[in-house]
Ligand binder design. Structure first.
Ligand SMILES: Cc1ncc(C[n+]2csc(CCOP(=O)(O)OP(=O)(O)O)c2C)c(N)n1
Length: 580
């Protein structure tokens, strides 16, 4: 019988859990696992996705999990790789995305260490570094503990609210020959639990409040992480004609639906008599108005307005950062998974049958009118900014739409200041995968690659509207995209500046009466301007640009799309746009 090693067991566990890919940047602290992936498992199920930076490896796994609902493993080198990975782990934590982050350490037995290097790369214990923003971390102390450690890690990451976990393996444990035959347990008996349903009384009360409301409002944010929830929300909105505002952590509601009033949140919150939040990350922020001058928040709801919130956020509290957001006043807080809560709520409203069909009909007509107005206003904005030079974001968004509107597409990254949701038809659940969660830049390049790997065989065209500053943090994700022939359409929304921060410098200068024109100092990336098309070519990626004339956008994107669809490879089109 061929010898079997600790790291072979680790790979057997990944295999049995159905982990398809392992994104990694190599390191000696997991050379045992690397060998097992390549030589014991022939680099299949899981297959290695080589990345040039640990931050990219984790964001690849982040994008993949959002696109597929399944976790990838990301293996990062001991202390140093984990430090590189930490910001991407934080993004995944805030974005409630499951990832099995793995790593090596040690030898924990210091008498076995190589001088110097093993000492600077061993920590007591390594998980400390990321413990505040993973759901769980573990460092199993013997081979027999490996299966349960990995199964618990998987189950914890995949239990709502989902999130990353960190599993660390002593090099000695990885490299030791197994003395006994440790069998892989029956994975089916260690599955994540069934989704959490609301307490019956709370469910009934929510149904009663909504059915009797005259001006109900739904705010949906992160609910669309389960694409089936989008259809459940459509059913509910249709039943009572409730306006829905999509807050955008995921795609929550079709923008073509007459109840979609996204863009009118401020007025609707002020008018509403019942507001129901569905997995809203910052519910407090939605209910108040922030005054930048006084640096204070003022509630804006009508007195007596009842607030319901269905969320699992109470189960994901940590103290290190305040990603919990300000505490919101909620009349009916419900701890439940929106995926199962929404259909139950709709059924309960039907069962109670306490709503007036006429009132619902009337409201539908009003909503439909307001919805049409909003859409017309967006088209008006587009017309107004049609000829601006450099190209305006709405014009660019429109040009892209002309090329992709008949495709099955998924916007895997790049909300692009909300323009695609305003100007494209977002119908399909899962049409947009949301942003970076923790606000850490460098997310989109890796996450788009991961999402496009996950959706490779789905027939959808994966689009990344890629900001220039964001790409410059993690440029080498292009290497992974190219090497693994990832069919991804990257379109640069290139304003050659860290625009968001220009706005901040402008505000400060105005407040202090200092020269506003200096806002561009140490902000613009114009000298030299980055030639992203050449950069992409250096990674053997099809590219065009920089494009500065609107008429050239469509033909270039068509050619790039052809490469993505027919050659099943990435392509990049660099378009120069104005900042605002
Ligand atoms: C890791 C990290 N560093 C710095 C920032 C601060 N920051 C927020 S937005 C921004 C500018 C982003 O520029 P770009 O990606 O080009 O997008 P733009 O705002 O120009 O559309 C910066 C630097 C951040 N969010 N994350």
């Amino acid at each position: 019988m061929a010898a079997r090693y600790g790291s072979d067991l680790i790979v057997d566990m990944m295999k049995s859990l159905g982990i398809e890919y392992v994104a990694l940047n190599p390191g000696s602290s997991f050379r045992g696992i690397h060998d097992s992936l390549v030589n014991y498992s022939q680099n299949k199920n899981p297959e290695i996705i080589l990345c040039c930076h640990e931050e990219i490896a984790v964001s690849v796994a982040h994008g993949y999990a959002k696109a597929t609902g399944r976790p990838m493993a990301a293996i990062v080198h001991n202390v140093v790789g984990l430090q590189h990975a930490s910001m991407a782990i934080y993004n995944a934590w805030c974005d409630r995305t499951p990832i099995l982050v793995m790593g090596g350490t040690g030898p924990v037995d210091s008498s076995k260490r190589r001088p110097w290097i093993d000492w600077i790369h061993t920590a007591l214990v390594q998980g400390n570094l990321v413990r505040d923003f993973v759901k769980w971390d573990d460092q199993p102390m013997g081979s027999g503990a490996i299966p349960n450690s990995i199964m618990r890690g998987y189950r914890t990451a995949m239990t709502e609210p989902k999130g990353p976990v960190y599993l660390c393996f002593d090099v000695d444990l990885q490299e030791a020959e197994l003395k006994e035959d440790i069998v892989v347990p029956d994975i089916g008996r260690y599955r994540p639990p069934a989704p959490l349903q609301a307490e019956t009384g709370a469910l009934k009360e929510a149904a009663r409040l909504l059915a009797q409301a005259e001006r109900p409002l739904i705010l949906a944010d992160y609910m669309g992480r389960n694409p089936e929830s989008v259809n459940h929300l459509v059913e509910l909105a249709d039943l009572l004609s409730i306006p829905v505002v999509d807050r955008g952590a995921r795609h929550n509601f079709p923008n073509t639906h007459p109840c979609d009033l996204t863009g009118r949140e401020k007025e609707l919150v002020e008018e509403a008599d019942v507001i129901m939040g569905l997995d809203v990350m910052d519910l407090y922020g939605a209910l108040v108005r922030y005054d930048a001058k006084t640096k204070s928040c003022r509630p804006v709801m009508t007195p007596g307005c009842k607030v319901i919130h269905i969320s699992l956020a109470d189960l994901a509290i940590r103290s290190w950062t305040t990603d919990v957001q300000e505490l919101a006043p909620i009349d009916l807080p419900i701890l439940a998974d929106t995926r199962v809560f929404l259909p139950a709520l709709t059924e309960e409203i039907r069962r109670q049958a306490k709503f007036s069909k006429n009132a619902v009909e009337d409201r539908r007509k009003q909503l439909s009118k307001q919805h049409d107005e909003i859409r017309e206003n967006h088209q008006g904005d587009l017309k107004r900014r049609w000829d601006e030079n450099p190209i305006s974001p709405p014009r660019m968004t429109h040009e892209i739409w002309q090329v992709i509107k008949d495709e099955d597409w998924t916007l895997v990254a790049g909300a692009f200041r909300g323009w695609p949701r305003r100007l494209w038809d977002w119908k399909k659940p899962g049409a947009f995968l949301g942003g970076y969660g923790g606000g850490g830049l460098g997310y989109a390049p890796g996450a788009s690659v991961g999402a496009a790997i996950g959706l490779r065989d789905s027939g959808t065209v994966c689009i990344d509207l890629q900001r220039d500053g964001d790409l410059l943090y993690t440029t080498s994700a292009l290497w992974t995209a190219s090497s693994y022939k990832v069919p991804l359409l990257m379109i640069m929304t290139n304003n050659r500046t860290y625009y968001n921060d220009e706005e901040h410098q402008e505000k400060i200068a105005i407040t202090r009466g200092r020269p506003v024109e200096n806002k561009v100092v140490a902000m613009r990336m114009e000298s030299p301007p980055v030639d992203f098309a050449t950069l992409a070519k250096s990674f053997d990626i099809f590219s065009e640009g920089p494009i500065e004339e609107p008429a050239k956008i469509q033909p270039a994107i068509r050619r790039a799309l052809k490469v993505v669809k027919e050659e099943r490879k990435p392509a990049l089109v660099d378009v120069i746009i104005q900042a605002v």
